[in-house]
Ligand binder design. Structure first.
Ligand code: F0G
Length: 351
């Protein structure tokens, strides 16, 4: 049986990285494409979820981190740096640990989910909390990489997009064609740019290109409203970004594909997160539910997806941010019983 080898070895000939780059890999990619009966019925469409939380560190970032860290190490890097809302730092820390180089992480103070912070720390990153937002952290990362011998691995590093574009290849390999529409959340805008790169590059395997439909949180929606958000705010902390680095690439992807951008309330995002967990058994972090929330909002607004093949990328695992997930339920303490069959049966509403 075929054992998945990670995105570099699976797709090496399609990646614009030096041919002899040894792969530093955790077996990332090859994630499940799960059909959603609930969402398919809701829109009379064929809806598939690309479940990126199934990657080694629990988010899609691993696809781009294997390429970015492999190339950086091949070029002699001894340290790497990134700004992050959490997932990039978790992923970078893991791949840096594997490569034996020093990870330096810049995050907005108090604004990243506990699971992601734990990952960065456990993998041995030097975590620096910045009094500022993600955009300030990215400016600092760029500055550190410019003045000191550290490799910048944010998605402004083109090797990141090279790895991340493999998600499009996997979708096409699995469906036998591109979908009619692809929905996803957008923060720093690297991922949508990478998917579009992947779909356009894989054109000889497809009869069409998907419309790229992208979603931002209402309080952090610079691309939707075409203006920088100096103080972005959303409970979907992963996409709390006011001035995305890949802004132009992302708008080009939306325009060239005939898709577009829209903003969603935090409530809509958190509601979609809870519904997805209840209806499909797929637990994603808040930001990751934005594509699902967007699909539902589009349907509610009268957009028809009838008869279409729809892929929604859910970008990161729900266990990254259990605090926000549980807030939805308010103060809930599961019932406590004695170790007694009748008591358990009563508590379970079976009698
Ligand atoms: N979903 C999740 C779970 C993310 O962590 C991110 C970005 C996005 C969506 C948006 O992807 O930035 O390529 O448009 N997280 C980055 C980070 C910013 O630092 O972890 P994007």
């Amino acid at each position: 049986r075929h054992q998945w080898r990670g995105v570099i070895e699976e797709y090496r000939e399609l990646l614009a990285i030096p041919v002899d780059t040894p792969a530093i890999t955790l077996g990332e990619g090859g994630t499940p494409l799960v059909r959603s009966g609930w969402l398919s019925e809701a829109g009379d469409a064929e809806v598939w979820l690309k479940v990126e939380g199934a990657n080694p560190t629990g988010s899609f970032k691993d696809r781009g981190m294997t390429t970015a860290i492999s190339v950086a190490v091949h070029e002699g890097a001894k340290a790497c740096v990134c700004a992050s809302t959490g997932n990039t730092s978790a992923s970078m820390a893991a791949y840096a640990a594997r490569a034996g180089i020093t990870p330096i992480v810049l995050v907005p103070e108090g604004k990243i989910a506990a699971g992601k912070m734990a990952q960065a720390l456990v993998h041995g990153a030097q975590v620096i909390q910045v009094r500022g937002n993600f955009d300030d952290c990215l400016n600092l990362s760029r500055g550190l990489a410019e003045h000191y011998p550290v490799a910048l691995v944010n998605s402004v590093n083109p090797n990141r997009l090279e790895g991340q574009k493999t998600a499009s290849f996997e979708v096409v390999d699995r469906l036998g064609d591109a979908p009619d529409v692809h929905l996803m959340p957008v923060g720093n805008a690297g991922n949508i740019s990478a998917y579009w790169l992947g779909y356009t590059q894989y054109r000889d395997h497809t009869t069409k290109l998907p419309r790229m439909r992208a979603f931002q949180a209402e309080g952090a929606a610079p691309i939707v409203y075409d203006r920088v958000f100096p103080a972005p705010e959303t409970r979907a902390s992963a996409i709390r970004i006011g001035n995305p680095a890949s802004w132009k690439l992302a708008t080009a992807a939306a325009e060239e594909s005939g898709g577009g951008f829209a903003a969603l309330s935090d409530d809509a995002i958190l509601h979609a997160q809870a519904e997805l967990a209840r209806n499909e058994g797929v637990f994603v972090e808040p930001a990751s539910a934005a594509g699902v929330a967007g699909y539902l909002a589009d349907l509610a607004a009268g957009t028809s997806y009838a008869g279409q093949t729809v892929v929604i990328t859910v970008t990161g695992h729900g266990l990254k941010d259990t605090v926000t997930a549980l807030e939805w339920f308010g103060e809930v303490t599961p019932v406590v019983v004695d170790a007694d069959l009748d008591a358990a049966a009563r508590a379970a509403d079976l009698v």
